[in-house]
Design a protein around this ligand. Structure first.
Ligand SMILES: [Zn+2]
Length: 68
């Protein structure tokens, strides 16, 4: 994974280690489950067609040790 130098303190998503200002860190995109774009009506989620769902992804910080 490509790493870069952080300008602020962060926390590793994998090992919970502190990533201090000036240290190398990486970022990766993880899936936090599904999000639904269905807004036509208020039907129960189990009746919403599968095409209305998409991966909900966020970027997380990874320390240099976990990024290697
Ligand atoms: Zn880590």
């Amino acid at each position: 994974m490509k790493t870069k130098r952080t300008m602020k303190n962060r926390e590793c998503h994998i090992c919970d280690a502190a990533i201090l200002k000036g240290q190398q860190y990486g970022q990766k995109s993880v899936s936090l489950g599904k999000q639904c774009s269905w807004s036509a009506d208020q039907r129960p989620t189990d009746q919403i067609p599968s095409w209305a769902w998409s991966d909900y992804r966020v970027k997380v910080d990874i320390c240099a040790g976990c990024a290697a």
